[in-house]
Ligand binder design. Structure first.
Ligand code: HEM
Length: 456
C-alpha cells in the first residue's frame, strides 16, 4: 500500500507559501492604488504581476500536489516514478526563484499571467511534460473504468500543456501579422488554461468528497460525467464570451454563452447532495475540509450571478476592463478554487495527523475572516467597477474625476484586503505547520490505510 509521498506534501507547502506571498503583494498593490508612491521599491507595475503569478502558482502547486498525493491512493500503487515527482518539484523551485528575481529586477517580456521572460516558460513546459508522463504511467495501472476525477485530471494535465504552448505561439512571428488573430489566439489559450486548472481543481473536489464520505458512486455518477463534459466544453469554447469586441464566429459566441459557467451549477449541486449524505462522525472528523467545500458551494452562486450578468453583451460594454472583471477573477479564484484547495489541504492534514491537528480554533477564525472579508472585498470591487463603467460611457467627466468618485470603493477594497490577508495568514501558518510536522519531528509519514475502500 503506498505511503504518503513527501514530495507531494512539499508541493502543498510551497503552494501555501506562494499564496501567502501572493496575498501580501496583492495587499501592497491594493494600497498602492489609493496611496500612489507607497513603498516605491516595489511599485504597482511589479506588485501586480508578482501577485497574479504567485496566486496562480498557488492554484497549480496545490492542484498538482493533490494529484501526486491522491493518485497513488486511488490507483493502489505508488507513482510510476517518485524520482520524476522530485525533479518536478526541484524545477518548480528554481522556476519560482527565477520568476521572483526577474520581476524584482524589472525584467519582464512575457504576456498577462506569464509576464516573466519567455525563456522561463520552457522550464514550465518541460516540468509539465514530466507530470503528464508520470500521471498516465500511474493512472493506467488502475483497475476498471475511470471515475470522473481521473478523466478530469487527465484532460487538465494534457490541455494545460497544449494551451500553454499555444499561449506562447506569439513568439513565432508570422509574415501575415494580424492583430485580431493574435488577440483571439491569446484569449483562447488563456481561457483554456483556466479551464485546465479548473479540471484539476474539480477533480480534487470530487476526490475529497469521495474520501470523506466513503461513497464511491458520486464520481461514477451521470452528474459527475456531465460536470466533466461541461467543464471540457467550457475549456474549449468558454473563452469566446470574454471577448465580444473580437469578431469571432456567431455560433461560437452563442455556444460559449450557452455553456458559460454551467459546470458551476453542477459542482454546487454535487456538493449540496454530498453534504446531505454525511453522517455526524464524518462531519466531525473532517470538519475543516467539509467547511471549505460548503463555502465553495456558496461562492459558486455568488460568482455565477455576477458572471452571467457581465456576459450579457449590453452589460459587458460597461463592465469590461473595470474592477468588476477583477471581482469576477478574484471571486472565482478565491471563492471557488481556493476554497476547494484548502479543503484538499485540510483533508490531507487530517490524514497525516489522523485528525484535524491542533489549533483548530485559529483555522476556524481564518476561515471566517477569509470568507467574511471576501464578501465585502468583492462588493467593494463591484461598486468601484459600476461607478467607473457608468461614468466612463455615460458622462463627459475626465478619467481623474471618475477616479475621485471610485476612490472610496478602492479604500474599502484595500481595507477588507487586510482582513482577507489576516485570514489567509492564519490558514497558511496552520496548514504549513501541520503538513511539515512529520518532517520536522522526523516522524515517519503514515501509510494510508483506507485505500481499499476507494479502489474498488
Ligand atoms: C489579501 C488579499 C488580496 C488582495 C488585497 C488582492 C489585490 C489585488 C489587486 C490590487 C489586483 C490588481 C487589480 C487591478 O489590476 O486593478 C489583483 C488582481 C488579481 N488577484 Fe488579487 N488580491 C488578494 C488575494 C488574491 C487571491 C488569494 C487570489 C487567488 C487565489 C487573487 C487573484 C487575483 C487575480 C486572478 C487577479 C487578476 C485579475 C484581473 O486581471 O482581472 N487575489 N488582486
Amino acid at each position: 500500500m503506498p505511503a504518503i509521498d513527501r514530495s507531494a506534501l512539499l508541493f502543498l507547502v510551497f503552494g501555501v507559501v506562494s499564496l501567502w506571498l501572493g496575498a501580501f503583494f496583492g495587499l501592497l498593490g491594493a494600497w498602492q492604488q489609493v496611496m500612489p508612491g507607497l513603498f516605491d521599491v516595489i511599485p504597482f507595475v511589479k506588485s501586480r504581476p508578482l501577485h497574479v503569478s504567485l496566486v496562480i502558482s498557488w492554484i497549480f502547486m496545490v492542484a498538482v500536489g493533490g494529484v501526486y498525493h491522491y493518485l497513488p491512493l486511488l490507483v493502489g500503487r505508488p507513482m510510476h516514478s517518485p524520482r520524476l515527482v522530485r525533479v518536478h518539484l526541484f524545477l518548480w523551485m528554481i522556476l519560482g526563484l527565477a520568476v521572483l528575481g526577474s520581476y524584482m529586477l524589472g525584467r519582464f517580456g512575457g504576456r498577462e499571467y506569464w509576464e516573466f521572460p519567455p525563456a522561463l516558460g520552457g522550464l514550465i513546459a518541460v516540468s509539465w511534460f514530466l507530470l503528464v508522463y508520470n500521471f498516465f504511467r500511474t493512472a493506467m495501472q488502475g483497475r476498471g473504468p475511470w471515475p470522473a476525477y481521473l478523466w478530469m485530471w487527465a484532460t487538465g494535465v494534457v490541455f494545460f500543456l497544449l494551451t500553454f504552448l499555444e499561449a506562447y505561439s506569439w513568439l513565432w512571428p508570422r509574415d501575415d501579422a494580424n492583430v485580431v488573430r493574435d488577440l483571439t489566439v491569446q484569449w483562447k489559450a488563456y481561457g483554456a488554461l483556466t479551464g485546465s486548472w479548473n479540471m484539476l481543481v474539480y477533480g480534487l473536489a470530487l476526490v475529497v468528497m469521495e474520501r470523506i464520505s466513503g461513497v464511491t458512486e458520486y464520481a461514477r455518477s451521470r452528474t459527475a460525467f456531465l460536470l466533466y463534459a461541461l467543464g471540457f466544453t467550457n475549456l474549449l469554447f468558454g473563452w469566446a464570451h470574454h471577448i465580444y469586441p473580437v469578431p469571432s464566429a456567431p455560433w461560437l459566441r452563442y455556444l460559449a454563452y450557452g455553456v458559460s459557467m454551467t459546470e458551476w451549477i453542477l459542482l454546487a449541486r454535487m456538493i449540496r447532495h454530498w453534504r446531505h449524505t454525511l453522517d455526524g462522525a464524518q462531519r466531525h472528523q473532517h470538519v475543516l475540509a467539509a467547511h471549505f467545500l460548503y463555502a465553495s458551494e456558496a461562492w459558486v452562486f455568488l460568482n455565477l450571478g455576477l458572471a452571467l450578468l457581465i456576459s450579457i453583451p449590453a452589460i459587458n460594454l460597461f463592465t469590461h476592463g473595470t474592477h468588476i472583471t477583477v471581482a469576477h477573477a478574484m471571486g472565482s479564484t478565491i471563492g471557488i478554487n481556493t476554497m476547494i484547495l484548502f479543503a484538499a489541504i485540510f483533508h490531507t492534514v487530517d490524514r497525516v495527523h489522523g485528525d484535524t491537528g491542533t489549533r483548530v480554533q485559529y483555522v476556524r477564525l481564518g476561515f471566517w475572516l477569509l470568507n467574511g472579508g471576501l464578501v465585502l472585498f468583492w462588493l467593494s470591487l463591484i461598486g468601484a467597477g459600476m461607478i467607473k463603467g457608468w461614468y466612463t460611457l455615460m458622462s463627459d467627466l475626465s478619467f481623474q474625476d471618475i477616479m475621485v468618485m471610485v476612490r472610496p470603493f478602492l479604500m474599502s477594497f484595500a481595507a477588507w484586503g487586510i482582513v482577507l490577508f489576516v485570514g489567509i495568514t492564519l490558514l497558511a501558518v496552520h496548514a504549513s505547520w501541520a503538513l511539515l510536522g512529520p518532517f520536522l519531528r522526523s516522524r515517519p509519514v503514515p501509510v494510508d490505510r483506507s485505500t481499499e475502500a476507494y479502489n474498488r
